[in-house]
Design a protein around this ligand. Structure first.
Ligand code: MN
Length: 392
């Protein structure tokens, strides 16, 4: 029995307490919380069988009063001696998908990203389509292909057609890209026919993860009209193994940059859910972008209100992502299609020119946010390596 030591300046201090699912030494996956470089087995620490599950979902479904109570219990219990069998060095455990993803929706909430993509995909038209400032635009993604950080990403095959080509071809994507995003995890759902208002965000959403929405731009450009992204996105979406609770993000909350025109009443009001989260994107270990979440136009509370305003139910484990986080400056762009301007302005990565991803390339997105008293709250990272296409 020893007290858990937290290295000075660790972004996994007592004010963070992100939850994940881990397995140690061939054991079954179960819920843990990260403190410094230690994973604490919550079923053993708190004696609560809800944490012996291989997923956070049963705990997420218990709701915000219980989330707050457990957070206080962890802080109290982890402040004292913790039994040896309840603690594991993070390097010794395997981290799994932290929750069963129910439905997955991806938004498009950065004005800078949407404008840049508009210029690249529709060079002869206005960058933003007429609906963009009236509703958080999104599409339904594929929940079953959300994978945990570290999962290999097989280069997708599909149809593509360049504008100057007469007919589409089939083969491995040649414009494989990333999208650096935050994702929000629903704990408490809502009934079919019900709605979650903008002021209901913290009653329903448990926390946030990092998301890499891998995107095959050549497949996407050919398929997306008129119904939106499909196979260019659905082959894989990676998330970080740690879910940072909203309770850890209190000091990170900021007002939105400003919405003009004023949105319709169902998207107005509520508390500020802009988030001062700094993301870092590395490509084969070299930093290539530093997107800032505080630049996002639509808040996650507005996204959830919009998602349910038609009476669509929400479920425990629903994941909705923000869309690429991009800012006004080039080094704030969270997708390589923007960073290399459609592949026309290559970036140099460890001495090699890159436009889109090559087989063997590794991309890692990490993030931190302000915590109380000058501390930092870490999200950890989401990483993935590109594997060669199969059957191209
Ligand atoms: Mn996306």
């Amino acid at each position: 029995m020893n007290v858990i030591e937290i290295p000075d300046g660790s972004p996994f201090g007592r004010d963070n307490l992100p939850y994940g699912v881990f397995s140690a030494a061939g054991g079954q996956p179960r819920v843990g919380v990260r403190l410094g470089d230690t994973v604490v087995d919550l079923a053993l620490l708190l004696g609560d069988p809800v944490f012996a599950a291989p997923s956070l979902n049963p705990f997420l479904a218990q709701g915000p009063a219980r989330w707050a109570q457990v957070r206080e219990r962890i802080r109290a219990a982890a402040g004292g001696p913790v039994p040896d069998e309840a603690r594991h060095p993070v390097r010794d455990v395997r981290l799994h998908l932290p929750f069963e993803v129910a439905d997955y929706v991806d938004f498009y909430a950065s004005e800078h990203h949407a404008s840049n993509l508009g210029r690249l995909f529709r060079p002869d038209a206005a960058p933003l389509l007429p609906n963009w400032k009236h509703l958080p635009v999104g599409y339904h993604g594929r929940a079953g292909t959300v994978v945990v950080s570290g999962t290999g990403i097989v280069r997708p095959c599909g149809q593509f057609k360049a504008p100057d080509e007469a007919a589409p071809r089939f083969g491995p994507s040649r414009r494989l890209d990333i999208e650096a995003e935050l994702g929000f995890v629903v704990g408490v759902g809502s009934p079919l026919g019900g709605r979650i208002g903008v002021d209901g965000f913290a009653e329903h959403v448990f926390g946030a993860v990092l998301v890499n929405d891998w995107s095959a731009r050549d497949l996407q450009a050919w398929e997306y009209v008129p119904l939106g992204p499909h196979l260019g996105k659905s082959f894989a979406t990676s998330i970080s193994p740690w879910v940072v609770p909203l309770a850890a993000l209190r000091a990170a909350r900021v007002p939105l940059p400003g919405q003009d025109p004023e949105p319709l009443p169902y998207l107005r009001g509520g508390e500020d859910w802009g988030l001062d989260v700094d993301l870092v994107v590395t490509w084969n270990g070299q930093e290539v972008a530093r997107p800032r979440y505080r630049d996002m136009y639509w808040s996650p509370a507005q996204m959830l209100a919009h998602l349910t305003v038609n009476g669509a139910s929400a479920r425990t484990g629903d994941l909705f992502a923000s869309g690429t986080v991009s800012g006004p400056e080039k080094h704030r762009r969270g997708a390589f299609i923007e960073l290399t301007w459609g592949g026309r302005e290559p970036v140099t990565v460890r001495g090699e020119e890159r436009t889109f991803l090559l087989d063997g390339d590794e991309v890692t997105i990490s993030a931190t946010a302000p915590g109380p008293d000058g501390t930092r709250i870490g999200f950890g990272e989401v990483t993935g390596t590109i594997q060669p296409a199969v059957g191209g």
